[in-house]
Design a protein around this ligand. Structure first.
Ligand code: AMP
Length: 133
């Protein structure tokens, strides 16, 4: 059965999309640690990040870098933190989290409750910066 993230790529489940290329996809995490918390995934469904072949893995990292730069230009923060957990969804993904301190990337803390309008505004703003060049 297709993973929830494959269904998002196919458009069968809605998401707040940030960016897409031939092989990769980025969208807002629905349970964000901070505003702009984004997931970057390979389209090829693979459970474990480090099972990706070298080309797909490198491509994913380069795509994540472009997305992170767009997030940093959009959301006021000190840095974009990077995390890989993968315990919940069996489809490799990289968390990009705007942070001002270590506490902002503590996955055990309560997540933000954002309205649909807030999610839309964040996604649209980051996507616009991503598509600038
Ligand atoms: P983990 O697999 O532990 O890295 O966590 C999976 C992440 O995916 C969590 O932060 C969830 O909030 C996020 N997530 C799960 N389903 C969705 C969805 N439909 N749209 C956006 N984010 C999701």
């Amino acid at each position: 059965m297709a993973s929830v993230f494959s269904k998002i790529i196919e458009g069968d489940i809605p998401c707040y999309k940030i960016a897409e290329s031939e092989d990769y996809f980025a969208f807002l995490d629905i349970n964000p640690l901070t505003k702009g918390h984004t997931l970057v995934i390979p389209k090829l469904e693979t459970d474990y990040l480090f099972d990706l072949d070298n080309d797909n893995y490198s491509g994913l990292m380069l795509f994540a870098k472009r997305v992170a730069i767009a997030i940093k230009k959009t959301i006021e923060c000190e840095r974009i933190g990077v995390a890989v957990i993968g315990l919940e969804v069996p489809h490799a993904h990289i968390h990009l989290v705007p942070i001002n301190g270590i506490y902002d990337i503590d996955f055990s803390k309560p997540k933000l409750a954002l309205s649909e309008t807030e999610f839309m505004e964040i996604a649209t703003s980051i996507a616009a910066v991503f598509n600038e060049r």
